[in-house]
Write a protein that binds this ligand. Structure first.
Ligand code: HEC
Ligand code: HEC
Length: 310
């Protein structure tokens, strides 16, 4: 398979998406090929004041999405064979970018945001030329492919506490957590995606999958599900469902999680960030973390061993 094809395809879709921003007097696409299960479920989505309707997305889905995601939403569109990672199989209702706890359905907003943002390091385009209404309609349409949407509600959004200041201590603690929680086993000690387990990983559809390479991007490097610090926080608390990237919600305390975010930013070596500035000001070296005694009551016995006490 060749990269040029992928690129051309990407451009084609973007061009089409751009055209679509100005809805042309609806010339219905000829109704050929396999059909979604009929009659279509009257699924809705709710994003702020906008209500999406599945039936209104049918034509746009066929035109802009089915080539990759398939008419049946099973991820087997005609282009799927060329793509890595593969287009999402909507019949599984498993999504990577969620604000909700692992294993649960995403919110309508999550899907709406993902469609507008695209998925970096994949062929999923940025669909920001559609109107809010059209994107909301897509969200509703995606929900017709799995019965889970009729039986389950979206999961509870995780709570993200206010971000503490970026300090060299925070970065240093984050580094200790990266070691302790064994993030390096997959992401590699320098976050280059080359840890000892990296080569063996597969996703829930048995496709090989690579851990994210933090050092790979440039100044504008984005993560799959966003680019802000809160979005980085979100991803290892919610986990990337359908992949070996687990949720760490049960093992990380909220403030510790922020320390980890601050450290991860320093792995993005070429990105301009507050974290890299702080690191530079500290001489470019992350000092070894010295455990404080006051923090988690759960680890009191350890703290005693380290001397002191209350
Ligand atoms: C050129 C191929 C291609 C086209 C066209 C395409 N997608 Fe995708 N899409 C992908 C790929 C590949 C992924 C999986 C990326 C990954 O797993 O990192 C994906 C994933 C998704 C996801 C899952 C997000 C998540 O959190 O897991 C949604 C939702 C989605 N696409 C919606 C759409 C919609 C709506 C359209 C049409 C407007 C569309 N896609 C068109 C390739 C495509
Ligand atoms: C078992 C292997 C494994 C472990 C352990 C692991 N990860 Fe991941 N991680 C992955 C894989 C695989 C992906 C890519 C998922 C994808 O591309 O869909 C990923 C993705 C990520 C992303 C999102 C990158 C993006 O594309 O947006 C972040 C952030 C992340 N991991 C942080 C961590 C942190 C922090 C830890 C430790 C607390 C950790 N990971 C532990 C395998 C792992």
């Amino acid at each position: 398979m060749n990269k040029h094809m992928q690129f051309r395809m990407g451009f084609l879709y973007l061009a089409l998406a751009a055209l679509c921003a100005f809805p042309v007097a609806a010339q219905d696409a000829p109704d050929v090929g396999p059909h979604p299960p009929q009659p279509m479920k009257p699924m809705e989505s709710h994003i702020g004041k906008v209500t999406g309707h599945a039936k209104d997305a049918k034509m746009n889905y066929r035109r802009y999405c089915a080539g990759c995601h398939g008419d049946q939403g099973d991820g087997n569109g005609e282009n799927a064979v060329w793509l890595d990672p593969k287009p999402r199989d909507f019949t599984m209702a498993t999504f990577k970018c969620r604000s909700t706890v692992t294993g649960t359905l995403p919110t309508d907003e999550d899907l709406f945001d993902t469609i507008g943002r695209g998925l970096t390091n994949s062929n999923m385009p940025i669909w920001n030329t559609f109107s809010d209404q059209q994107r909301a309609d897509f969200v509703a349409y995606i929900k017709t492919f799995s019965p889970r949407w009729e039986k389950e509600k979206a999961g509870d959004p995780i709570k993200i506490p206010a971000e503490p200041p970026v300090t060299i201590e925070s970065i240093s603690h984050g580094k200790a957590l990266f070691t302790k929680l064994e993030c390096w086993k997959c992401h590699g000690p320098q976050g280059k995606g080359d840890g000892p387990s990296a080569a063996t990983l597969t996703d829930s559809k048995d496709q090989p999958i690579r851990p994210y390479n933090f050092a790979g991007g440039g100044d504008d490097s984005r993560l799959k599900c966003g680019s802000t610090n809160s979005e980085v926080y979100k991803i290892f608390i919610t986990g990337v469902d359908g992949t070996p990237m687990p949720s760490f919600a049960d093992v990380i305390q909220p403030n510790d999680a922020w320390d980890l975010v601050h450290f991860l930013r320093t792995l993005q070596v070429t990105r301009h960030s507050k974290e890299n500035d702080v690191l530079k000001a500290a001489g470019g070296k992350i000092p070894a973390y010295v455990e404080k005694q006051s923090e988690a009551p759960a680890s009191q016995s350890e703290n005693k061993a380290a001397g002191g006490g209350n």
